[in-house]
Design a binder for this molecule. Sequence first.
Ligand code: 13P
Length: 346
Amino acid sequence: MALVALRQLLDHAAEHAYGVPAFNINNLEQIQAILQAADETSSPVILQASAGARKYAGEPFLRRMVEAAVESYPHIPVCLHQDHGASPAVCQSSIRSGFTSVMMDGSLREDMKTPAPYEYNVEVTRRVADMAHAVGVSVEGELGCLGSLETGVAGEEDGVGAQGKLTHEQLLTDPAQAADFVGATGVDALAVAIGTSHGAYKFSREPTGDVLAMDRIAEIHARIPHTHLVMHGSSSVPQEWLEVIRAHGGEIRQTYGVPVEAIQQGIRHGVRKINIDTDIRLAMTGAMRRAMAKDPAEFDPRKFFKEAMLAARALCKERFEQFGCAGHAARIRPEPLEKLARRYAA
Ligand code: 13P
């Protein structure tokens, strides 16, 4: 099966009222674990690569590992998405490399640290949408800055994160501005700021409405019901994995993630793409620490990677099921990008 455009996956998800997890990928083990889970649950999936991932694995390796995944699981619709593109040039290089979807994150300047003015965001995102849509590739934009409503701080994760203290106005996407942004840019999907942030340290307590603004999602969806919404920073930070990590020498402070029930509530209000990176990292780290502690004489890293893959696979399987994505793979036939390009042009 060829790679699928994000737009096609999310249109299908909207039509059937489910959400698609977008898992971050960096290496072979993560890609295999995610695809095994997609295969087991018969789910379409979004594999997303950040600038950090490309730096870690190298772009040709990432691309070819994804090609191998598509070849190995021909019945699973896979979208290859670029996470947090810092500039139109970065998006262009991903499109050239074969990504079927790109995120232009114009909520921050190109340094991925400085919050950008609205006009800048509109300008760069519109440019990327024009360029991507001409070849049928989908575009995600972001309005509002990701970061904690508790502290006003975004925190840096994988090279992305607003610096300094942010106001609530910056940390919460404005519904009226969202409608204006979508009209001005033509994005296929919109990432919204509602108090989530990347990484393990999202909330100092189980989140309530004052720090995780799910109501805001409902308001935005009511204003732009035909735009697919994206939740970034949506790892649930499983307490079980924190325990395993701590029990085997790791140091992770007490912290909480986004409850799965909150994501399910989001899915009822137009959330179609749910970004998850940290949960896979935690599960893999926990599983490797446990395996190493259990058998200190073992020196074949494959033994540890195997445990890590099993842990990641179980986590992904759970998310496919929890987001209602399971069972939909067979119902999606990838449309050629040229056909989508013609539709954008019409
Ligand atoms: P988490 O750190 O919560 O997994 O979020 C990942 C993400 O949003 C990538 O864009």
